[in-house]
Design a protein around this ligand. Structure first.
Ligand SMILES: Cc1cc2nc3c(=O)[nH]c(=O)nc-3n(C[C@H](O)[C@H](O)[C@H](O)COP(=O)(O)O)c2cc1C
Length: 404
């Protein structure tokens, strides 16, 4: 998985943590691999490492502040922001992460990051209490939701004397994470990937509806990962509280019929369809125009079958790779296999939603993928983002896109 760093301009941000010394090796390795490396040190970082070291290692002037006289660029932070093919901040302090989370731009590094369109990687490193602090976790999550890549800290002995999570991973590991991202980037270039996510609802009257517990997290993760791999990613989303994923054309719908219409419109020129939505199988026969007033006694609502979106796609498919999900509470494999056949899918991602760590609301999932030839792959408990990557690896393989 060797990445060709030649011709790539990398902006290495170093903030004021004890692990700042490891950034010297990161800069050195990137330059040796052929990258053009520009370094920005925060004020605090200069207490730990010197500008001189990075100037010698990178072969470029080092940026240490916004107000010193520069001769080589016009508006320096904007020039750096534009030049960069990628930004890597290692180590990223709790302070820097907090500033980025709220959009502050009070020094050269934060200003440049706010101005860049390049992919941004952050490698947090700090004392484990600082890392576990809910505010740090929330800041990290916010940055992830905005499309930044977080390189998780490792566990071990920390400089503060404690053991725990918060160590900056070794430079080779950090670089391999970045390389992994860039090797994947572009693998789905030119492919249109259609994803559905979230739950559809069955309105009863203007204020009531029947819904389900789908959060949309799985499908949103797939759509965002597809966009990162260069695909023209389209997400048809039912009800979900999540923001539109970065780089994805998102179409919001509420009912199953609306989802069917939107999906059929996007389907013909799609290369692959991943149907992660929890679709309402039934709708209310007579949706009331006005709020239904409560009255004495019980109330029953007549439900009628909704169209089966996945089945319709299975019938209409010409060249598309079609992937379904089976979220079951019992007889998982049996139901999943039947669904694979009946709906004419290429593979199905099956999960038992009652298993701890799997299912609708959480960040993790435990899945099995079942293929047409009967092959079954089992995955351990993993982040939904990791499972999204595994799903796309198979989609790529089936499209033959990974071979190029
Ligand atoms: C000896 C020492 C070590 C520090 N190590 C870390 C660290 O590993 N991670 C961190 O988030 N902050 C660490 N700090 C605190 C930061 O330096 C401080 O929050 C600073 O304001 C960060 O500024 P910056 O984010 O602009 O670089 C350390 C401070 C000292 C004095």
């Amino acid at each position: 998985m060797d990445m060709d760093w030649k011709g790539k301009t990398v902006l290495l941000g170093v903030s004021g943590g004890i692990a700042a010394y490891k950034a010297v090796e990161i800069a050195s390795r990137m330059r040796k691999a052929g990258a053009e490396v520009h370094v920005i040190l925060t004020r605090a970082a200069q207490e730990f490492v010197t500008e001189l070291t990075f100037r010698e290692i990178s072969g470029n002037p080092v940026n240490t502040g916004m107000w010193e006289k520069v001769t080589h660029w016009n508006v320096e932070h904007i020039a750096l922001a534009r030049m960069a093919d990628l930004v890597l901040v290692a180590p990223a302090t709790a302070n820097l992460i907090a500033k980025l989370a709220v959009g502050m731009a009070d020094d050269m590094l934060t200003t440049t990051i706010l101005a860049t369109h390049a992919p941004i990687f952050l490698a947090p490193a700090m004392n484990s209490n600082m890392f576990r602090n809910p505010v740090t976790q929330k800041n990290i999550k916010d940055l992830q939701d905005r499309g930044m890549e977080i390189i998780p800290p490792s566990s071990g002995h920390l400089a503060c004397g404690a053991d725990g999570v918060g160590r900056l991973p070794e430079p080779v590991e950090i670089l391999s994470r970045v390389e992994g991202y860039f090797c994947k980037a572009g693998a789905l270039q030119g492919k249109k990937i259609l994803v559905t996510a979230g739950g559809t609802i069955a309105p009863i009257d203007p204020v009531r509806f029947i819904g389900n517990r789908s959060s949309g997290k799985m499908g949103y993760a797939v759509a965002e990962a597809a966009a990162k791999r260069g695909a023209d990613a389209v997400l048809v989303s039912g009800v979900s509280a999540l923001p539109d994923p970065v780089g994805v054309r998102t179409i919001r719908v509420e009912t199953t019929e609306e989802m069917l219409r939107a999906v059929l419109e996007e389907f013909p020129d799609s290369d692959a369809v991943i149907k992660a939505a929890a679709v309402a199988d039934y709708r209310v026969k007579q949706v009331a125009g006005q709020k239904i007033k409560k009255s004495e006694g019980d109330w029953s609502i007549e439900l009628v079958r909704n169209p089966d979106i996945l089945h319709t796609l299975g019938q209409q498919k010409t060249h598309q790779v079609l992937v379904g999900f089976a979220a079951e509470t019992q007889n998982l494999m049996e139901y999943a296999k039947r669904k694979l056949e009946k709906k004419n899918l290429d593979f199905i991602v099956a999960n038992d939603v009652t298993a701890p760590g799997a299912g609708f609301q959480g960040e993790t999932n435990i899945a099995r993928m079942i293929f047409r030839d009967g092959k079954v792959e089992e995955y351990p408990l993993m982040q939904k983002t990791e499972l999204a990557a595994a799903i796309l690896d198979h989609v790529e393989r089936l499209l033959g896109a990974g071979m190029e």
